[in-house]
Ligand binder design. Structure first.
Ligand code: FES
Length: 276
């Protein structure tokens, strides 16, 4: 704790009169400026009041002379009953418009894709490959047979060959020869798909051997498409054939797998040199 010093007390007492006079001087300055501000404000108020009175007098005179329009007092308000917004009247908002546009666009795109996919997968009913194709008449087929060649139709990708009626009993024992194939054989025909069952090359007719011989890897099939050699895993695939009057039709929409290796219902051997 600080000790009492007589000289400090004396110094403090001697400065008291000086401090009081300083404070008095400061207060005097503040009062001076305050008075000045009050007087300035009074002048402003007086000026504004005079101007306001002047304007009010002018307005009163104008009203009395009829040159001024007096606004009508507003009628008492009437309560309005709230009605919910009619959505139909409101119409379509921008957000709804965009949402519906996106949905419509997506729907159209999906619909077009679906139709295209269906059209691609649907069996052709208009006579193209994949549907029923009228390939000609029996007379056309018999002309080809008389020349020792198959009756070929490019649209059906098919060779039509004659089937010997004497061999029908053996054919009926072959599981691969299903009812539609046997029906064609009974009419005297076999319709062979031109595609090699090995890897899909088109198999041409070999006039010398009277067989079908594939140039790709050497598979060989006899006249009725039963396998005779090469890497093919079975005989040529085939289609049902229908004869209506003189008209011959191939159903290319139904591919029937060829007979297994070893099937040889006709016993036909090569009738000359092989082409492959
Ligand atoms: S594609 Fe015919 S034998 Fe290979």
């Amino acid at each position: 704790m600080a000790k009492f010093r007589p000289w400090m007390a004396a110094l403090l007492v001697s400065t008291l009169p000086l401090t009081k006079s300083g404070m008095d001087a400061s207060l005097g300055i503040d009062k001076y400026f305050l008075d000045k501000a009050v007087q300035a404000k009074k002048k402003v108020v007086e000026a504004e009041s005079a101007e306001g009175r002047e304007r009010a007098d002018e307005a009163r005179k104008a009203i009395e002379s009829g040159s001024a329009q007096v606004p009508e007092p507003r009628a008492g308000g009437t309560a309005v009953v709230y009605e919910p917004v009619d959505l139909e009247e409101l119409g379509v908002t921008r957000r709804q418009f965009f949402n519906r546009s996106i949905l419509a666009g997506s729907g159209l795109g999906l619909g077009a894709f679906g139709i295209a996919a269906l059209a691609f997968l649907w069996p052709s009913a208009g006579g193209g490959f994949g549907g029923k194709i009228v390939v000609g008449s029996e007379a056309d087929a018999k002309d080809a047979f008389d020349n020792k060649i198959p009756f070929y139709n490019a649209a059906a990708k098919t060779y039509i060959v004659a089937y010997p009626k004497d061999d029908l009993p053996k054919a009926k024992k072959v599981p691969a020869y299903t009812a539609p194939i046997i029906a064609g054989m009974e009419k005297g025909y076999v319709a062979l798909y031109q595609k090699c069952v090995h890897l899909g090359c088109r198999v041409p007719w070999c006039p010398s051997s009277q067989w079908f011989e594939c140039p790709c890897h050497g598979s060989k099939y006899n006249r009725v498409g039963e396998k005779k050699g090469g890497p093919a895993p079975r005989g040529l695939d085939r289609f049902p054939i229908e004869v209506d009057g003189d008209s011959v039709t191939i159903n290319t929409g139904l591919v029937v797998q060829g007979p297994s290796i070893g099937t040889n219902t006709t016993g036909q051997e090569a009738e000359g040199p092989n082409c492959v």
